[in-house]
Design a protein around this ligand. Structure first.
Ligand SMILES: [Zn+2]
Length: 167
């Protein structure tokens, strides 16, 4: 298995789940297959295979070759792996992760937090203000939490992601 193919299989499984991972691995093995062939080889219902193939296609992890069946008059789709390195997929993941981290950072900066040392739960100001700053789960007194460490970590992660370029 080439490095590119390995990356594709890992991405497929992470993003679209186990069936997607197995589908990609099958395509790596046989090169090209129809949805029916994949369904039979993997022992997975054809509807599921089709849904997964569409998801993989949208992520640009697979592509297809369409062949008209002259006798039946319909089209057969032969699926295979994409030839491109999955930069677009990675770029999209990067952008999404960056958004989540930035939103989280914003939230951390605009809120103060409280910590329960008895049960280890963290609460925001709004969550515990009505509860007289006692833990919502065990009723213990809460400590105010210094958020600078989390903020620092988030800022570091954001910087890291901002400097990666896939495209
Ligand atoms: Zn507690």
């Amino acid at each position: 298995m080439s490095e590119k193919d390995q990356v594709l299989a890992i991405l497929a499984r992470k993003i679209h789940g186990d069936v997607a991972g197995r589908t990609i691995e099958r395509l790596i093995k046989v090169g090209e297959a129809t949805d029916e062939q994949l369904s039979q080889a993997l022992g997975i219902e054809i509807g599921t295979i089709r849904r997964v193939l569409n998801e993989l296609y949208e992520s640009r992890l697979v592509k297809y070759r369409r062949v008209r069946d002259e006798e039946q008059g319909w089209y057969l789709y032969y699926w295979r792996l994409t030839d491109e390195y999955p930069t677009r997929v990675l770029e999209e993941r990067r952008r999404r992760a960056l958004e989540v981290l930035k939103r989280r950072l914003e939230f951390e900066k605009n809120n103060s937090f409280f910590y329960c040392s008895s049960c280890g739960t963290r609460f925001s100001f709004d969550e515990v203000a009505d509860n007289m700053f006692r833990c919502l789960y065990c009723g213990s007194d809460l400590e105010a939490l210094d958020g600078s460490l989390i903020t620092e970590k988030l800022e570091k992660a954001i910087k890291l992601l901002e400097n990666i370029k896939f495209e």
